[in-house]
Design a protein around this ligand. Structure first.
Ligand code: GAP
Length: 515
């Protein structure tokens, strides 16, 4: 794990107003976070980029904003009431709760780390080191890899069969200890439902029991016919939605990676039965291209699911290399007609589409793309945070922390900085430039401290451009424009600043690169 990067990232997020722990004055609330001023801007930009790439760029995809509260039967039909569980195990000595599958996965990670260390050691020992050959022939590495594979397979089997007894047996056989206390005194493993519930005021008992939605997708399924009819879309077409989701995660982990309240960007693509694999491949490629437009390709990979959920006939994750390793960022699932069929059965209402070309009614199949806004936020920050050595004003080495966020996603596009603040006419001029730029994009005005420190402040929040107003500005109406990554400065006419910054930071460039 790149522990150092992860720690720096978490503290950078707090220090510069990206993310705060929720309810911090009361010592926080586990697995819940607040987005500060910079975080709110970045999060909005991520959502806007997804929305435009999905809805604006596809004439057969439309948006939706369904309510968080829905009829409780929806969660019965979707399978969440009966099967949206994680395996819970308590340590009797420390009283800590864990996910049994994560404890077992921890053993696989340990073996993986041992293998990586061995490979690294060998690569230093031999010239012309052939890593693939070493991995497939070194007896110790082969044995550890086999053991990791056996554990992963048995885990997947137990999870898909809901075999809690076998998960407990695995914990015992592997001798897994509580990571905090070292105790091996475990309870039995049992299913724990992840939905939060609350009660509607005017209905007593179970009928009034509402759930906070654990995914936004069901709001799309139950509105499928409303949307199709009111927009006259023809299959294949999609419905997209961004919104909050809630899961009572047993362990809220790794900062905003696993939260109890989070946000999803989901799209359900309704297709003719039998064509779903073609569309599954299509969305795989499309979504990977979206990610690669803002993330280096080497940090992304596809990971097919080991075991398919009961509703899916194909599923994979797009994984990103977080500081704690490759983990799920987005899921792409071919969900068959499971959800629409279940809602049809439980509600007694037809959820079918009349296909004019085939002259028949059918329940469409669905290919889903589902990504967590917060995980995408963490991925963008992981890619962006850089500490580098650069020359200061005197030509000496100095360290700067810079967020190399893609300009279209950056919270602030441009900062307006008068070179000094004690010259009234300079300040007035800078203010008037700031007022002219404000309507176009998010700008900041800053006159406090030496100019070098102000540049560093903007670098640390990822502002792509700084506009400096100096004495020359008063003579020829030009300013310097400084680019964040290269730190190069150029003199440009004031009249051109808005156009230059907009051209370089607007989302249309990214969107055009996707076609
Ligand atoms: N509708 C399908 C669905 O919800 P999922 O794989 O459970 O599928 C989709 O979730 C995405 O939501 C994940 O890929 C992840 O990015 C995000 N996500 C899921 N649980 C999360 C959590 N507890 N905290 C933050 N993001 C989460």
């Amino acid at each position: 794990m790149q522990e150092d990067l992860f720690k720096r990232l978490v503290s950078h997020c707090k220090e510069y107003g990206f993310i705060y722990p929720s309810s911090e004055v009361y010592d926080g609330l586990g697995g819940v976070y607040d987005y500060g001023p910079m975080g709110a801007e970045l999060k909005n930009n991520i959502k806007e980029y997804w929305w435009k790439a999905i809805v604006q760029m596809h004439e057969n995809i439309v948006g939706l904003d369904s309510a968080i509260f829905m009829h409780p039967k929806i969660w019965k039909a979707s399978g969440h009431v009966d099967a949206f569980n994680d395996p819970l195990v308590d340590n009797k000595d420390s009283k800590k709760r864990y996910r049994a599958d994560q404890l077992i996965e921890g053993e696989i990670d340990k073996l993986q780390k041992k293998i990586d260390k061995e490979v690294e050691k060998a690569s230093k020992r031999f010239d012309n080191f052939d890593e693939a050959m070493f991995r497939s022939t070194n007896p110790r590495v082969v044995e550890w890899a086999q053991r990791a594979d056996d554990i992963a397979k048995r885990l997947a089997k137990a999870l898909s069969a809901g075999d809690m007894a076998d998960l407990k047996a695995q914990i015992d056989e592997l001798g897994i200890a509580d990571p905090e206390s070292g105790s091996r005194n475990w309870t039995e493993v049992r299913q724990f439902n992840l939905m939060f519930s609350t009660q509607m005021s005017n209905i007593a008992g179970d009928d009034g029991k509402l759930y906070l939605r654990p995914e936004t997708a069901q709001g799309i399924f139950v509105n499928f016919l409303n949307v199709q009819k009111t927009t006259r879309q023809k299959v294949p077409f999609g419905i997209a939605q961004i919104g909050k989701a809630f899961r009572n995660e047993i362990v809220g982990r790794q900062f905003i990676f696993r939260m109890r309240e989070f946000e999803q960007m989901e799209m359900q693509f309704f297709v003719r039965p039998g064509s779903e694999m073609e569309w599954y491949e299509y969305w795989k490629t499309k979504r990977m291209a979206w990610h690669q437009s803002v993330t280096p390709a080497a940090k992304l990979r596809f990971k097919p699911h080991e075991a398919l959920a009961h509703y899916a006939n194909a599923a994979l994750d797009i994984e990103f290399e977080f500081p704690f390793g490759f983990k799920e960022l987005e899921g792409i699932h071919s969900r068959t007609d499971f959800d629409l069929n279940s809602h049809q059965e439980l509600s007694g209402r037809k959820l079918q589409y009349f296909d004019p070309e085939l002259n028949e009614n059918y329940v469409p199949y669905v290919v889903e793309t589902s990504i967590g806004v917060d995980r995408m936020f963490l991925a963008v920050m992981t890619n962006a945070l850089v500490e580098e050595t650069v020359p200061d004003a005197q030509g000496e080495d100095s360290t700067r922390t810079v967020l190399r966020i893609p300009p279209a996603l950056a919270p602030v596009k441009c900062a307006v900085l008068p070179i000094v603040r004690n010259k009234e006419e300079l300040v007035e001029k800078a203010r008037s430039i700031f007022d002219r730029l404000k309507p176009y994009f998010q700008c900041q005005y800053d006159e406090k401290d030496a100019i070098g420190r102000r540049y560093r402040r903007q670098d640390a929040v990822g502002t792509p451009y700084c506009i400096t107003i100096d004495f020359e500005t008063m003579e020829d109406d030009t300013v310097t424009i400084r680019e964040r990554d290269s730190m190069k400065q150029e003199r440009v006419p004031v009249a051109k600043v808005a156009e230059i910054v907009r051209e370089k930071t607007d989302m249309h460039r990214l969107l055009a690169s996707l076609t």
